[in-house]
Design a protein around this ligand. Structure first.
Ligand SMILES: *[C@@H]1O[C@H](CO)[C@@H](O)[C@H](O)[C@H]1NC(C)=O
Ligand SMILES: *[C@@H]1O[C@H](CO)[C@@H](O)[C@H](O)[C@H]1NC(C)=O
Ligand SMILES: *[C@@H]1O[C@H](CO)[C@@H](O)[C@H](O)[C@H]1NC(C)=O
Length: 980
């Protein structure tokens, strides 16, 4: 499943529980019970018959779930999941040895809403169900389809040629929604065979996991019966009733079809081609055939997330399956990866399923990682492994910064907890850890282990230990690995990753006197955790980055000092050493300064000797050290940055851009800022020209597009005149000529950035021109929102004051920001635009009598107070005093109080910056003075009129259109991450 929430753990969809369950006898015995199903009984097979009149728009459906149940241990109850099902009638028959059936009398059922349990039990308490016996439980019920994609849900489509509405019903069972469709053992561990039968309108057709077995027409209705599934978890049960059309192709005995609403089917051609290639590639790669005869892919208007991997019937949100008429190359490749993620699930999750949701990562981690691996095999030109780094790994590396952490394997029980486990850790961290061992254990061996594991557990369930044991068995068969001291400890090795929360830093300290290297580890977090960490090495003498298997494991909790001879490395004192080739290992590496200087020399001399992924990794590893002011020797970072003017690869640029931005923000207001900007302009100019002036075609791959935005930001925020002109002319075209900046892929997702950067330095004439356009515009238009939102980026104090007055002033007629949003916007502006900070204090000073009438003034004032630099504390104290007195006099002191002057919170958010400046500023200043080449560009250019709008003349008309949606969204959900 590709969920919309994969970024944020803890953000859980709240399920509206509307329908009460009726038809339930008596009140409930409210004893506390586990939310897990008991295991005394289990299903042997389901016959599920659902009847629907969705073709008439009727949302009611009726069901007959007939379950053959075996009794493992005598018990007084059969417990199933069911939720929001009504009119329940249950008949239980005992299957006798002769095969005949006898109704079991005197049974009733009880419902436990906390656990969503339907409990079948005798009226009198005794062990009605005997070990070794079999029962056939027939449950008749009705229920209502939902509008939201959970359980059985509906959608409507208007046929433009006839204006008739057509209805479609589809399912989403993962993770705990099968119980909304039929009573069942709704846990992944209870695999069973399903025979599904659907009754629907004669002009609709039905598809499900399996191919159609037979169809019977009766009057206006058709009953479609499907082949019985192999043993399968309930969360994969799927069917769709629609009037959709399809295209299909059969290869190696597997028929694949792309279903879409009528008249869209040709848009499915590229998805079909991809699916056929990918299934074959996965069969070959894992050596396990796709086990069903068919695989459908259906494009739905509504789907939970981007796609869901139901066995044999993958459901997609329309826009993620059908080809779009957009220039967005990045999205096209992402869609292909999404489809391949779901195809990978046919093995990881569908064929072998997790024993319980605690192992959801065994589904999602494998599907995420191998979707990239296989896509890369099939389409090397898309460079998707670079995308893996930027779209998956980057998030996993920075995960600690924005949400709660937990180990990959964590016990969950409630529906809410199960939903919440589909997070960044389950997808992205797991993908990174799997990638690490795919490389460390040598790709071939890892894949062979996986292949045997799939064979062993197919049609069944597995836990992490099952997986690890198969990897170990495979390693033991290898000449080289068999001799490694760690080879019998694969469980320990893997568990150190799946049961830890944080990520290690490997500290590499070279002793240049006695030619030894000391390796030690610590966690990125103060919590004490240790790992088995696979290492490998590239050196100046042997600069080969290709072989990524583990040369060495460092053990938890120990320091290893090894001689160069023991490590089999040739190194002189001046030679560089790099650990973690191509950064396939999921950890940071910190080096001693001498080694970093040796690396810096190599970068300047010939950076291409170091693999581009490692060039990026060097900066990724340095970033937290810079941000936490841990480095003693900040100059070495600048020594390393110096070569960037020659860097043509965007991976390192992406990492560097963050560090540059961080340093720039911290140097704001110091004498070093302008020197630093000069240095950055020098570094970024060649890349900026390549991407935006010369438009180096061809090699601007999709992953480049994202990085292109970073380059634009880096260049413009360093006040590179060419960048100012470029963005200003694009912004002015949009603002004054309403030329939408196009569909060109290089602009996609950049509109917001372009508008913001384009209005930073407007002349008075231009600025008031923009204001004029805004005032003339329709208040409810996206265009209006775009203008008002982009003006937040202006750097001119007088323009900022004017802007604030316009938004918040007494005569403001721009009610776009209703209270309390306007106050929130003020603090957002404060945080995002450094230049605005002093202006906002000035503005508050001038207008607090008005501002403090807003109910959210105090809350936002207090937030801003956290950013008061220590040297401004006295002025802040005075202002705060005046406001407090005024509010008291006016009796405005309801609710939250103004922050206390002595509160530790005042200036708290500036502490890091102050530490940074105290520790590094003079060092940076000296380095820049010595190293920055004399000014090559004139600063006045910044404030001049742009030369022309020539760039735009040959551009198709419509970029900012799609863009504005995003801008509007941003305006509404002003970056909340800043508030954590
Ligand atoms: C059934 O559950 C009990 C208690 O949770 C457990 O001890 C037992 O091993 C389980 N039996 C099987 C066959 O899974
Ligand atoms: C329910 O389904 C079972 C199995 O297909 C069938 O034998 C039974 O007759 C059905 N019951 C009703 C009331 O249709
Ligand atoms: C469909 O409805 C639209 C608007 O209600 C109308 O303009 C159009 O002519 C209708 N088309 C047909 C085929 O009836």
């Amino acid at each position: 499943m590709i969920t919309p929430l994969s970024g944020f753990a803890g953000l859980v969809l709240v399920v509206a529980l509307a329908l009460a369950l009726s038809g339930v006898d008596g009140s409930l015995p409210t004893r506390d019970r586990s939310l897990r199903l008991p295991n005394e009984t289990y299903p042997l097979g389901y016959e599920l018959h659902i009847s629907s009149n969705i073709h008439l728009g009727s949302l009611l459906f009726s069901g007959n779930a007939t379950i053959d149940v075996a009794i493992r241990q005598s018990t007084n109850e059969i417990v199933l999941h069911a939720k929001n099902l009504s009119d329940i009638q249950i008949t239980v028959r005992q299957v006798t040895y002769s095969g005949s059936m006898e109704v079991v009398d005197d049974l009733i059922h009880t419902y436990n809403p906390q656990a969503a349990f339907l409990i079948i039990h005798p009226r009198e308490n005794y062990q009605a169900f005997e070990a070794g016996q079999r029962y056939r439980v027939e449950i008749l019920y009705t229920a209502i389809m939902r509008s939201r994609p959970m359980g059985l849900y509906w959608m409507d489509y208007v046929d433009e040629s006839t204006n008739r509405t057509a209805y479609v019903a589809a399912t989403q069972s993962e993770p705990t929604y099968a119980r909304l469709i039929f009573p069942c053992y709704d846990e992944p561990g209870f695999k069973s065979n399903f025979s599904i039968r659907l009754t629907h309108g004669i002009n609709h057709s039905a598809i499900s996991n399996m191919p159609v077995k037979e169809m019977q027409h009766h009057g206006e209705l058709t009953t479609t019966l499907f082949e019985t599934t192999p043993p399968m978890s309930t969360y994969l049960v799927a069917f769709v009733i629609s009037d959709f059309e399809h295209i299909s192709e059969t290869y190696r005995g597997v028929t694949q079809r792309i279903y879409s609403s009528p008249r869209s089917k040709e848009k499915g051609q590229s998805a079909l081609k991809n699916a056929v290639r990918t299934v074959a590639a996965m069969e070959d790669y894992f050596g396990v055939s796709y086990p069903l005869q068919k695989l459908d892919h259906i494009a739905l208007k509504k789907n939970y997330g981007a796609a869901m991997e139901n066995w044999g019937l993958i459901t997609f949100k329309e826009g993620n399956l059908l080809q779009q008429d957009t220039g967005d190359v990045h999205k096209r490749v992402k869609d292909k990866i999404t489809q391949n993620h779901e195809i990978a699930h046919q093995w990881f999750g569908n064929l072998v399923s997790p024993e319980w949701w605690s192992y959801a990562w065994m589904n999602e981690g494998f599907a995420t990682y191998f979707a990239y691996v296989i896509t890369d095999l099939l389409y090397p030109e898309d460079k998707v492994m670079d995308m893996f780094v930027s779209d998956e790994a980057d998030r996993a590396y920075s995960y600690n910064s924005f949400f709660e952490v937990r180990p990959m394997t964590s016990y969950v029980e409630t529906e809410k907890e199960i939903m919440a486990i589909f997070d960044i850790i389950t997808y992205k961290r797991a993908a990174c850890v799997i990638k690490m061992f795919h490389h460390a254990f040598r790709q071939k061996i890892f894949v062979r282990g996986i292949s045997r594991y799939l064979e062993k557990y197919k049609y069944s369930v597995a836990n992490e230990l099952n997986l690890f044991d198969y990897l170990q068995a495979e390693l033991l068969e290898d000449e080289y690995f068999r001799q490694q001291p760690w080879v019998h400890r694969v469980r320990e090795i893997m568990l150190s990753w799946t049961h830890s929360e944080w990520m290690p830093i490997v500290l590499v300290t070279r002793n240049y006197e006695n030619d030894t290297i000391t390796f030690s580890q610590r966690s990125i977090h103060s919590k004490s955790e240790h790992w088995w960490i696979p290492l490998n090495f590239a050196t100046a003498q042997e600069p080969c980055f290709e072989d990524t298997q583990a040369d060495l494991f460092i053990l938890p909790q120990t320091q290893h000092s090894l001689t160069l001879a023991e490590l089999n490395l040739q190194l002189t004192g001046r030679d560089w050493l790099i650990v973690n080739k191509q950064q396939t290992g999921f950890y940071h590496v910190h080096y001693d300064s001498d080694n970093l200087r040796a690396i810096a020399r190599q970068l300047q001399h010939n950076h291409s000797l170091i693999h581009p992924v490692n060039r990026a990794a060097l900066f990724r590893d340095l970033k937290p050290q810079v941000e936490h002011t841990e480095l003693e020797d900040i100059e070495v970072v600048f020594d390393m940055l110096k070569y960037m003017e020659l860097e043509e690869d965007l991976l390192p640029w992406k990492q560097v851009a963050d560090t540059i931005d961080f340093v720039r923000r911290n140097l704001f207001g110091t004498a070093s800022l302008e020197l630093f900007n000069e240095f950055v302009r020098h570094l970024v100019t060649p890349m900026f020209r390549r991407l935006f002036r010369d438009k180096a075609s061809g090699d601007v791959s999709n992953s480049a597009l994202e990085a292109g935005q970073e380059i634009l930001l880096t260049a413009c925020l360093a006040d590179l005149p060419e960048c100012q002109d470029y963005t200003r002319s694009l912004a002015k075209e949009y603002i004054f000529k309403k030329v939408n900046v196009t569909n060109e892929s290089e602009y996609y997702a950049m509109y917001d950035t372009i508008l913001c950067l384009g209005v930073r330095y407007l002349s008075d004439k231009e600025f008031y021109g923009v204001i004029g356009m805004m005032q003339a515009a329709d208040r409810s238009s996206i265009y209006y929102d775009d203008l008002i939102y982009s003006l937040r980026c202006t750097q001119s104090h007088s323009h900022l004051l004017y802007y604030l007055d316009l938004l918040l002033g007494e005569n403001s007629t721009h009610q776009i920001l209703s209270d309390p949003e306007s106050m929130m916007y003020l603090s957002y502006l404060y945080k995002s635009n450094m230049e605005a900070r002093s202006v906002i204090w000035q503005y508050i000073d001038r207008s607090y009598k008005l501002l403090c009438r807003s109910p959210s003034f105090v809350e936002n004032f207090n937030q801003i107070a956290e950013f008061v630099p220590r040297q401004q504390t006295p002025q802040f104290a005075m202002l705060r005093q005046r406001i407090a007195r005024y509010m008291e006099a006016q009796s405005l002191n309801a609710g939250e109080a103004l922050i206390d002057i002595d509160s530790g919170l005042v200036g708290k958010k500036m502490k890091n910056t102050e530490v940074f400046v105290d520790k590094y500023e003079h060092k940076i200043h000296n380095w820049l003075i010595a190293e920055v080449p004399p000014m090559s560009v004139q600063n006045e250019a910044i404030h001049s009129e742009p030369l022309s709008v020539g760039n735009g003349s040959n551009r198709p008309q419509s970029l900012l259109n799609t863009a504005s949606e995003v801008v509007q969204k941003a305006l509404r959900s002003i970056d909340r991450s800043l508030y954590r």
